[in-house]
Every structure is written in C-alpha cells, then in structure tokens.
Design a binder for this molecule. Sequence first.
Ligand SMILES: *Cc1c(COP(=O)(O)O)cnc(C)c1O
Length: 364
Amino acid sequence: MHSDRLLLGPGPSNPYPEAIEALSRPVLGHLDPEFLALVAETAHRLRTVFGTRNRLTLPVSGTGSAGMEACLASLLEPGELAIVGVNGYFGERLCEVARRVGAHVQPVPAPWGQTLDPQALLDAQRQTPQARLVAVVHAETSTGVRNEIAPLRALQDTDTLLLLDTVTSLGGIPVEVDTWGVDACYSATQKCLGAPSGIAPVTLSDRAVARIRDRHAPVCSFYQDLSLLDAYYQGDPPRYHHTASSTLISSVHAGLGRLLQEGLPAVWERHARVGEQLQAALPEHGFVLFAEPGHRLPQLTAARLPEGVGDTAARKALREDFGIEVGSGLGPLAGTGWRIGLMGHNAHPRPLTTFLAALPAILT
Ligand SMILES: *Cc1c(COP(=O)(O)O)cnc(C)c1O
C-alpha cells in the first residue's frame, strides 16, 4: 500500500504532474552529453527563478540541507566569523552547521514569530567587519515569517558575503538574488518549486566563487565542495565528481518548465491569493495566526490550534480520514500549533477548499 496524500505540510508538496511524469524517463549516465545538456538547461531555468545571471548556478545533489551545508562549508574556513539572523528553527540550523564547519557564530536574534531587523544585522557586520558572511533565512518555515532581504544589499560595499536560504521562498514569493546583492543562495525542490525532494538549487556570485578559489584550506567536505561541483557540471571537459541522478534532475527540469511556462508573476500571484484566503479562514475556525502581520508568508502558515483540540489526534484524523498531511508546530508551537503549506502545485483553490472542508470534522 502506498497512499496518495494531499501534502499540505511545510514540504514536501505534491509535485506538478509534469515533474512526476519525468521520473519514468530512462536513466542517463552522469557524464552523458545529453545529461550535461539537461543540467545546463536546468541551471538556465534556475537562474530565471533565482533572479540572477550568476554563472555558478547548479542543481546540487541532496535536499535543501545539502545546499545549506555546501554553501557554509565552501565559503567558511575554520576560525572565521559568521553572523546569522535567528528568528526560528532554520536560523538555528544555520548556526549549527556553521559551527560544525569550524566557524565562530554570532547570532543576531529576534523572537520566533517576528521578523529580523535588517539594521541589527548590518550593525553587527559594522562592529565585526572581518565577518566572512551574514546568513539569513528568507522564509522561516518554522514560524511563517518572511524576512526583509533588500536592505542587506548594503553588504555589497563590505568584504562580508550575504548568504540566503530560499528553501521555502523560491517559486512562492519574489526572490531577487542579483537585485538584493545575494552572494550565495540555496533552495530545495520539494517546496514551492513543485518537484520531488532530492535536489538543492544553489547559485553563487562571482565574488563568492573568488572566495572559494582563494581559500587557505580545502573545503572540509569533498561531496559538498561547490568548486568541485562546478568543475563537474560546467567544466571543460566535465570532471567526474559523483553519480548525479538524471532521474531527479529530469523531474526538476520538468517542474521548472511548468512553472516558467505559467510565468513567475502568475505563480507568485496564486500563492499570494490562496495564502490570504487560508489566513482569513483559519481564525473563523478558532486558530490564532502566529506570524506578525505584514510579514506573513502566503505559502506557509503557522497557527495555534483552537482551545481544546489535541494536536496529534487531530493530525491523525486529518491524515487517516481525509488523506491530508499538515506539519506539527516547532519551538513555541510544539504540540499546540500547526504549519500549513500551500506550495507549488498545491497553491491552487482545490487543495485549500479540500482542507477547509475537512476542518470542522476533525476539530470536534
Ligand atoms: C525545509 C527547509 C530546510 C531544509 O531542507 P530539507 O530539504 O528538508 O533538507 C532548510 N531551510 C528552510 C527554511 C526550510 O524550510
């Protein structure tokens, strides 16, 4: 038995039909010219979605966390300083991974549910201008908060790089890598991009590429060394590094094709519309929205459960009686709240009305 769920949690989301269809194509070798052309076209599509002209733009093997580790491991050397905005679970994970690659971490915190203060991040950089990078999560999936990135463009005038997590934002809300002066950016395919999990889109600015080239010590991880991945996918001739999955990249390529055919503005618009409708409806059912107004993500809504509703039992009923998955709460919402995603192919009216229709039965 393998159930067909409506995936309305914080990811994975149900992929676009085109992305699922592509999974059944014949496997190609990892150095087949046809496969490398597929990678190049996928990278081209990713540049459009990221809003960048960066040459180093790649579908890295692994999930979003692999993108996070590849960027931090490739850009940070042991003993260097990383300033990290922390207003939720994924900001904390950035700190954890940066420490594991040997960096010193200076967190710049904000309460869960509130947005980061960009000025506080810029002030931290001014006080420690030797910091190698400032890292921020664009869409904090643990709280449903959107952090403001555009003001951090001021880091372009310093020697500190800007690293951005767009795992939950890419394909759901506008991401403008070049306009915002982002030096390193990673995402994942199973959230708003509408493909299965397993690929982490990554893009690096020229100055981030130069930083890796000028490292004193080699990147601590062979597998996550972005300069080796660059030499594999874009080298002349391509240099074997690992056996990348043509199956997954075909799927991502097809999902991105569908997304770009619809057009980014239209895709952002339907995420905005269904998210707004969900956030208008939840309080009528007794939920309390968690993220501060004005900074709520349409694609991911965190909300406290109505008084008297048990988290585990209600999610079990939703799954077993209606085939719908939502996410449990993290941090202050653990055991008392849900995270509801309307991402990618699920950012359409039907998944929303299906979820809202099921609510009365499982909240009693
Ligand atoms: C999901 C998520 C990740 C981790 O991605 P995985 O694909 O689960 O490894 C990282 N950052 C954010 C903001 C996320 O939402």
